[in-house]
Write a protein that binds this ligand. Structure first.
Ligand code: AKG
Length: 175
């Protein structure tokens, strides 16, 4: 991501037992649409799974190379899915605890059914190139500063004298 890369998001995804398959999607569009191949990476999602993740446990489905297909609509329909499957089929992001899964924000992907009886929690950070639009800084509780001291990515953080109940304040602090 180069010098000055910064974190723009700190949240997570929980795939609960009994979940169903998500629609195939990208998390963001292309900065310059209709290029093929599209522009180099400007933002990545950094996923940190909290447990070993198997296919049965709801490992994310990933479509290699699709981040560079700039001339598709963000609404990925069955026709686009089947055409791409013929070129390069999807893979599953199976991981072990301690692994980090990094993908371009534009990569086609989807959540899959969690057929196990365990919740699959996955931290999600978004790292952006230095020139990317910066929204509000990410809010943390005072006292957490040390955790970011040696970070090579600018954490883009402020530390506040208040606590949040994130479970019930999902869109509050950072939106
Ligand atoms: O949690 C997952 O496995 C995928 C979630 C996802 O792609 C999303 O919510 O946009």
């Amino acid at each position: 991501m180069g010098e000055g890369a910064f974190n723009g998001f700190y949240n997570g995804n929980t795939n609960t037992p009994g979940s169903t398959q998500q629609a195939l999607h990208m998390d963001t569009g292309h900065l310059w649409p209709n290029l093929n191949p599209s522009h180099p990476t400007a933002s990545v999602v950094v996923n940190i799974p909290m447990i070993d993740v198997t296919e049965e446990g709801g490992a994310i489905e990933l479509w290699p190379g699709t981040h560079l297909i700039g001339d598709v609509s963000r609404r990925l329909d069955e026709e686009a899915e089947e055409a791409r499957r013929q070129v390069k089929p999807p893979v599953r992001g199976t991981t072990q605890k301690g692994d980090v899964l990094i993908r371009d924000m534009r990569l086609w992907h989807r959540g899959t059914p969690n057929l196990s009886d365990r919740h699959r929690h996955m931290i999600a950070l978004v790292h952006n190139v230095s020139w990317f639009h910066r929204g509000q800084p990410i809010r943390y509780v005072k006292g957490g500063e040390e955790a970011f001291k040696n970070s090579r990515v600018d954490p883009n953080a402020i530390f506040l004298d208040q606590t949040y109940d994130y479970l019930f304040d999902y869109r509050g602090p950072n939106s």
